[in-house]
Design a protein around this ligand. Structure first.
Ligand code: NAD
Ligand code: BTL
Length: 490
């Protein structure tokens, strides 16, 4: 499979002809060769998007017509869902079941923003000035740079592409250089759906060559980034040069609080899902388990029993419950944290190593891992590991649970399990996080906003606000009886 970039309506190769092998993390086989874009390619794409915005008709096309095209993309994604899901599994190692779920979510996102495109007709304001009218309208921002990570390649791209197009912007998308397959395929569907030339551009390549110029360029009006906190900080600095708008969807170190009165089996099951789904490579993974002290021993015993039975393997095998980690480098990062945890005095109660056996030799597998006897100040409790690693802490009061849950630099998501609904609501209100689940973990959908508090970032994707992020607000005032004000007499 050969992957090209899509610039100004043309499938194109990098100006310097460089390529990158795309690797299947399950067996390290080369599954595709991608053209590797450079700064020059990125600048070409930015120019195409700039011209399409300034001189093209996309931003002034009736919102209902833009919405129809965005809806058409959603339908094409549904029609091609199995092919897209297979590509996603090949590229990321996640199970095919997960990838199919992602494609369903992605189609929903395009359909949601399709429906929302023409729903905000502006607002008439009651002007306090006689003989005048006053209205507030929303307009597209302009050229958007969009940068996405490898863990949910197409889903994170969809959260940016669908609202940007629906709102009338033009864009340059840069997927993670290690997982471009599905994003490239969706740009083919954009062509089929009738997205005009220059409106949506795709550049493949590294953060340095493609991501950095997008955040630095004075021709880009907004950068929407999903990825790690350090990259987010770099983007924030470079974006300041032309004061462009930015939205940052960064990492998390998400608490999962379990009170002793919670339904035991549900809470154990959800704790496993919270932390080990997709090998813990989820921004909102419930990697910090906070258990009420009286429940700790029984809960941890059951958790270890069930976690040790998780079936690792090929994402295409039906029996597989979790695939490999994304890359050699990423597995090494996770492994380094195991050493950190042990040195910090946490008890390695399960896992902490690569699984043995022929089936795992070529993939980047790592065993589900549980650290007990953890305390708040440990690095394994504070830092995002982004692998299948749970840290377990205890608490005795609601106050202590909330305090510990809030005690990191992150604020992406968290959950509370309890049968006392008043307590559940109180905890939800007091967690400093963009999403809180009561008696559940992980749900997200197109209708509800997603984003972080604190250093998990700012800006929101999805929901009504997800469209508003891609608009500027303008106040238009009209004097119906213009007359001189005569302030200056000369
Ligand atoms: N908040 C969310 O919704 C959300 C969702 C998914 C992933 N994430 C986070 O993403 C991270 C994992 O993804 P990752 O390892 O791909 O992150 P990353 O920050 O390494 O890379 C993300 C993207 O940024 C690009 N990039 C790298 N350097 C850049 C630079 N200097 N300028 C511009 N772009 C640059 C990369 O090429 C990639 O496309 C985790 O921290 C995870 O929590 C957050
Ligand atoms: C935002 N989400 C949960 C889909 C993926 C995070 O990595």
């Amino acid at each position: 499979m050969e992957l090209k970039m899509y610039i100004n309506g043309e499938w194109t190769e990098s100006v310097h002809g460089a390529t990158r092998d795309i690797i299947n993390p399950f067996n390290q086989e080369v599954i595709a060769t991608a053209t590797e874009g450079t700064r020059e390619d990125t600048e070409k794409a930015i120019r195409a998007a700039r011209v399409a915005f300034d001189k093209g008709s996309w931003s002034t096309t009736p919102a209902s017509d833009r919405g129809k095209i965005v809806g058409h993309i959603g339908r094409l994604i549904r029609e091609n869902a199995l092919e897209l899901a297979r590509l996603e599994t090949l590229d990321t190692g996640k199970t095919l079941e997960e990838s199919k779920g992602d494609m369903e979510d992605i189609a929903n996102v395009f359909e949601f923003f399709s429906g929302l495109a023409d729903k905000d007709g502006g607002e008439v304001i009651e002007s306090p000035i006689p003989d005048s009218t006053s209205k507030v309208v929303r307009e597209p921002i302009g050229v958007c740079g969009q940068i996405t990570p490898w863990n949910y390649p197409l889903l994170q791209a969809a959260w940016k592409l669908a609202p940007a197009l629906a709102a009338g912007n033009t864009l340059v998308m840069k997927p993670s250089e290690i997982t471009p397959l599905t994003t490239v395929r969706v740009f083919e569907l954009f062509e089929e759906a009738g997205v005009p030339k220059g409106v949506a551009n795709l550049v493949l390549g590294t953060g340095q060559e493609v991501g950095a110029p997008l955040s630095e360029s004075h021709d880009v009006d907004l950068v929407s980034f999903t990825g790690g906190i350090e990259t987010g900080k770099t983007i924030m600095k470079s974006a300041s040069d032309n004061v462009k708008k930015i939205a940052l969807e960064l990492g998390g170190k998400n608490p999962n609080i379990v009170f002793a009165d919670a339904d035991f089996d549900t809470a154990v099951d959800q704790a496993l899902n919270a932390a080990f789904f997709h090998g813990g490579q989820v921004c909102s993974a419930g990697s910090r388990l906070l258990i009420e002290e009286s429940l700790h021993d029984q809960f941890v015993e059951e958790l270890i029993k069930r976690a040790s039975n998780i079936t690792l393997g090929n994402g295409f095998d039906e029996a597989t419950e979790s695939g490999p980690l994304i890359s050699k480098e990423h597995r090494e990062k996770v492994e380094a944290y195991i050493e950190v945890g042990v040195n910090e005095g946490a008890t390695l109660a399960l896992g902490g190593k690569r699984p043995e056996g022929e089936a795992f030799q070529n993939g980047f597998f790592f065993e589900p891992t549980i650290f007990t006897n953890c305390t708040s100040e440990m690095r394994i409790v504070q830092e995002e590991i982004f692998g299948p690693v749970i840290t377990v802490e205890t608490f005795t009061t609601t106050e202590e649970a909330i305090e510990k849950a809030n005690d990191t630099i992150y604020g992406l998501a968290g959950a509370v399990f309890t049968n006392d609904i008043d307590r559940g609501e109180e905890v939800a209100e007091r967690l400093r996080m963009g999403t809180v689940w009561i008696n559940d973990f992980h749900p997200y959908f197109a209708q509800a906003p997603w984003g972080g508090y604190k250093q998990s970032g700012f800006g929101r994707e999805l929901g009504k606000v997800g469209l508003e992020e891609y608009t500027e607000v303008k106040h238009i005032f009209r004097n119906k009886k213009p007359a001189a004000v005569n302030w200056f007499q000369s």
